[in-house]
Structure formats: structure tokens, C-alpha cells
Design a protein around this ligand. Structure first.
Ligand code: ASP
Ligand code: MG
Length: 261
């Protein structure tokens, strides 16, 4: 057997955790990766439309809610997911532990609902990773330097995954999505669309800035700055051949860790 690789971050989007049963399915993917990597960190989004539902709930109570309180509310979506995922892994006999963004040391600016990551101090996670546990982190959220709960903007869990990969020196971030990978044109609009198997960060930034929603633009920028390789995979067909897009760039000159601010 080849020696295990060091560290990977796996990110599961809202579509991959639509139902209670989904947690058992993604737990199987995670356990598969745990055979290959010593350290496995998992970032999850809120289930299905949970974030939209929480925002709609807030609007019914106050159409113009204080942004601090809105963050307090919508950060809960991801907390539901991490706890359920830890339970699903435990049901399979595997040791896993969940953390909020603030417990994971994701430090942000104070801009509620659009906070930027200033630093990541994952010291609470490291002993658990060292003891072989699967560490699960709530995406989309952090804690401001003033100690307040913040969120990173819609789709922000992708950025959480990359920030953790930088702090923990992960070799790769895999994003499990409801698409086969990144295409040259929108496959929902054009059946001739071609799946692109390798792209540079710059090429992906261009695609994302032109409106493709496959990854959060901020996460690609952060990955580019720190030369973190990314992979987009379909959660339902991740083991099939010829699926997925690897995002990699060659320049690895004198890198210093740098977050969003
Ligand atoms: N749950 C949040 C959203 O729907 C964050 C994310 O999914 O990345 O925007
Ligand atoms: Mg979501």
C-alpha cells in the first residue's frame, strides 16, 4: 500500500446535503478519502434551501433586520449540517467532530453578511486531526476581531474550504457539487458544452467572473494567491472516469500565506 498523503479539505455544497439520507452518502465519500489521507477536514454548506428559508423567516419578523442578528440566524444553517454529518459518521463507527467557524479560528472583518477572512487560527482543530479524527467545519461563517459571528456572503462556504486548506497546508481541496465539473459553456443552456478536465486558476476566475456559479469567485482568488490546487467533482458520480475539473497553476515562487484582507 502506498503511504498516505498528508491533508485534504473536502467541501460539500447544499445540493449534496438535501435530505437526512444525504449525510450517510457523503459520509461514505469522506471515509473513502480517509483511507488515502492522514488528515481529512470537511466543510459543509447548509442543507438545500435552508439559508433562503432562514432569510425568509427573518423577513417575516422584520423586513429590515439588524445585520448582526441576521448573521446570528443564517449561520445556523451550516451548524445543522456539521452536527448531522458528525452523527452520520459516528453511525458508521468513525470518529468525527464538528466545529463552528468561530471555534475553527476563522477570523474576519466586521462586515456582517459580507465579511472577509483576515486570518485563520485552527489550533483547536489540530489535536483532533493529529488523533485521526475527521474534522468537520461549518462553512460560510467566522468571527470578527470584535468577537461577533459573521457570514461571508452567499456561496461563502467555498471560501471557508480554501482558507482552511491554506492554514492547514492541505494538498488539495475537493468540491463535491451537483455538476460534473467546469464546462466551456453553460451545459444547462447548450448540450454541446464540453467538460474541461484541467484549468488554471486564472482561467477559472475568468469563467466565474463571466457569471458561472460553479465556484465562489473569492475562493478561486484566494486559492490562486496561495497556489492551492482545487478539484470540482460530482458528488453522485465522483468515482467515474472522465469526470471532474482539476484547477492548478504552476507558479510556486516564494509564497507567503495571504488571506482576503
Ligand atoms: N449556505 C450559504 C448560501 O446558501 C453558503 C453556501 O452555501 O456556501 O449562500
Ligand atoms: Mg447554500
Amino acid at each position: 500500500m502506498s503511504p498516505k498523503k498528508k491533508c485534504i479539505v473536502l467541501k460539500f455544497g447544499g445540493a449534496s446535503v438535501r435530505s437526512p439520507e444525504s449525510f450517510s452518502s457523503i459520509a461514505d465519500i469522506i471515509l473513502q478519502r480517509k483511507k488515502e489521507y492522514e488528515r481529512v477536514v470537511v466543510v459543509v454548506s447548509a442543507m438545500g434551501s435552508t439559508t433562503d428559508d432562514l432569510i425568509a423567516l427573518a423577513m417575516k419578523v422584520n423586513p429590515n433586520p439588524p445585520r448582526r442578528e441576521l448573521d446570528m440566524l443564517i449561520s445556523v444553517g451550516e451548524r445543522i449540517s456539521v452536527a448531522l454529518l458528525a452523527m452520520a459518521l459516528s453511525a458508521k463507527g468513525s470518529e468525527a467532530i464538528s466545529f463552528t467557524g468561530s471555534q475553527s479560528g476563522i477570523l474576519t472583518t466586521n462586515d456582517h453578511s459580507d465579511a472577509k477572512i483576515v486570518n485563520v487560527k485552527p489550533h483547536r482543530l489540530i489535536p483532533h486531526l493529529e488523533s485521526g479524527k475527521i474534522v468537520i467545519v461549518a462553512g460560510f461563517q467566522g468571527m470578527s476581531l470584535a468577537g461577533e459571528i459573521t457570514t461571508l456572503g452567499r456561496g461563502g462556504s467555498d471560501t471557508t474550504a480554501v482558507a482552511l486548506a491554506i492554514a492547514l497546508k492541505a494538498e488539495l481541496v475537493e468540491f463535491f457539487k451537483d455538476v460534473y465539473g467546469i464546462y466551456n459553456i453553460d451545459p444547462k443552456l447548450d448540450k454541446q458544452a464540453k467538460l474541461l478536465s484541467i484549468l488554471s486558476h486564472k482561467e477559472v476566475l475568468k469563467i466565474v467572473n463571466e457569471g458561472a456559479k460553479v465556484l465562489h469567485a473569492r475562493c478561486v482568488l484566494l486559492a490562486e494567491k496561495n497556489a492551492v490546487p482545487l478539484k470540482v467533482l460530482p458528488f453522485a458520480h465522483y468515482e467515474e472516469k472522465n469526470v471532474g475539473t482539476l484547477i492548478e497553476s504552476n507558479e510556486k515562487t516564494d509564497l507567503h500565506i495571504s488571506y482576503e484582507v
